[in-house]
Design a protein around this ligand. Structure first.
Ligand code: FRU
Length: 500
């Protein structure tokens, strides 16, 4: 069901490596499910305007998680009925437990929040018998009514073999509620998680619960994601996670400290794909690359909102406990264009421009590996800039164990009081003995930074009038920095493959 793209996807600020809708407003990723060779991505969508309102589920599909095709709207709001279509999930009902399948084929089931004009939030379902192309509302919605709780939304459901039930996690004010069902229609509540873990004023949203292998061991652990707004480490909205144990009756966190999925300001409401595990052991996350502080103001037209790159999750044992790591999916290599520019063994004692000859490509993946013996106390600055005095600065401070980002001069079109101008920072968490490397993926209006192991992640939007076509790397507050190597891999646009 590939549909031709609306060409050319070349407007000012238009992401070239990330999905964004052709037109109008988009926020959370919803209903991510893999079925029959196709990755489905649904999303919070306002088809009539570039600001948040009148939520529908937009729809896009991909066969490789990189190249996306926008599809017709999947779920329409019902302002006169149960309301707008808020966030939720989709899954394959392999055994047709819901009875909504036809002709021996498993139906796809979407489970989402209906939010009415008067603010009543209930859970509903819809189903598809043509592999996700068209959807019908279930006749007896809602499947979970609600009269008491104001914020009661964003169901994520998975089949739990051990307890032989579908399990739903649902955000309710500042807790995650657990429900179970045999048929996706009749649900019973059984557990609340979180009361003693809400450490700030934010409302909890968009939970997800899944099991992961612990890297390098035969152990498995459960991870609960919760997005909260506000209260993020750099202001506004952000996603935290808990590592622990789920036994079919409850979820028990192993730690009380607050852990963030992404320390950058622009990764929210991320959840993982359903039904990928049928074929592989991958747990793939996608987030909305914005922040509620300024999402309605970002200077893009005729659309507003983009997703992060899909990321593969893993759990890594560290001195700080088991931490959730994320790396860009390896499929990004499909976008590698031409030979990488590589410099090996560099001792920097003054600013050096990259590439040393020729132009900096607009889209690239940059990998910088610092030399291990020279680590302690080293401070490295990356400066992306142009002749119009616009710039982005990334400081990697291995003395303070911190990454800092300054995007003040890359905030074109934004109000000074919207939270975009704040200096951003994140801890450096590296479990590699002595080795420290970063990968930075640069799109037209975003940067995503990953450490070598994926333990420190930082996603941030930026907006400039002119392309940032120069890169300087230099030591700061220290005399020299030794680099093992530096690689710039040019990337091609995801829209370039489109048929006319
Ligand atoms: C998260 C969120 C969800 C809600 C949706 C509404 O960004 O607030 O809790 O379902 O967006 O668009």
């Amino acid at each position: 069901m590939n549909r031709p793209h609306e060409l050319p996807y070349a407007e000012k600020h238009r992401p070239q490596l990330h999905f964004s809708p052709a037109r109008n407003w988009m926020n959370d990723p919803n209903g991510m499910v893999y079925y029959d060779g196709t990755y489905h991505l649904f999303y919070q969508y306002n088809p009539a305007d570039k600001v948040w309102n009148d939520m529908h589920w937009g729809h896009a599909t991909s066969s490789d998680l990189i190249h996306w095709y926008e599809q017709p709207i999947a779920l329409h709001s019902e302002p006169e009925g149960l309301g707008y279509i808020f966030s939720g999930c989709a899954l394959v009902d392999w055994r047709n437990s819901s009875g909504l399948g036809q002709d021996g084929r498993p139906p796809l089931i979407a489970i989402f929040t209906h939010s009415s004009d008067s603010g009543v939030q209930v859970q509903s379902i819809a189903y598809s018998n043509d592999a996700g192309e068209t959807w019908a509302m279930y006749d007896n919605n809602p499947v979970i009514p609600n009269h008491e709780i104001t914020h009661f939304r964003d169901p994520k459901v998975f089949w739990n073999e051990e307890s032989a039930h579908w399990i739903m996690v649902l955000a309710a004010d500042k807790v995650v509620k657990f429900y179970r069902s045999k048929n996706l229609i009749d649900w019973s509540f059984f557990y609340d998680f979180g009361e003693k873990f809400s450490v700030n004023d934010g409302v909890w949203e968009c939970p997800d619960l899944f099991v992961l292998d612990v890297t390098g061991t035969s152990e498995k652990k459960w991870v609960l994601l919760v997005s909260l707004n506000p209260g993020g480490p750099n202001g506004g909205s952000a996603t935290r996670y808990f590592v622990g144990h789920f036994d079919g009756e409850g979820f028990y966190a192993d730690h009380t400290d607050v852990r963030w999925l992404d320390y950058g300001p622009d990764n929210y409401a991320g959840v993982t794909w359903s039904d990928v595990l049928q074929n592989s052991n991958r747990r793939i996350l996608l987030g909305w690359m914005s922040n509620w502080q300024y999402a309605n103001q970002v200077p893009t037209d005729p659309w507003r909102g983009a997703m992060t790159l899909p990321r593969e999750l893993s759990l890594i044992p560290t001195d700080l406990g088991l931490l959730l790591a994320a790396k860009p999916i390896p499929e990004i290599e499909l976008l590698y264009q031409g030979a990488p520019i590589i410099h090996e063994r560099l001792l920097l004692n003054e600013p050096i421009s990259f590439p040393q000859q020729g132009e900096l490509p607009e889209l690239f993946e940059l990998v910088v590996a610092l030399e291990s013996p020279a680590l302690a106390g080293r401070k490295l600055r990356l400066r992306l800039f142009n002749d119009a005095d616009e710039q982005l600065i990334f400081d990697i401070d291995l003395a303070a164990n911190e990454v800092r980002m300054d995007r003040e001069r890359a905030s074109f079109g934004l109000d000074e009081d919207c939270g975009f101008f704040t200096k951003l920072n994140a801890p450096i968490i590296a479990s590699e003995a002595g080795q420290y490397s970063i990968k930075l993926i640069k799109d037209v209006s975003s940067l995503e930074l990953f450490t070598g192991e994926g333990l420190g992640i930082f996603s941030a939007l930026y907006f400039v009038e002119n392309q940032l076509n120069k890169l300087e790397i230099m030591p700061f507050d220290c005399e020299e920095v030794a680099l093992e190597n530096i690689t710039i891999q040019p990337l091609s646009s995801i829209w370039r493959h489109c048929e006319s």
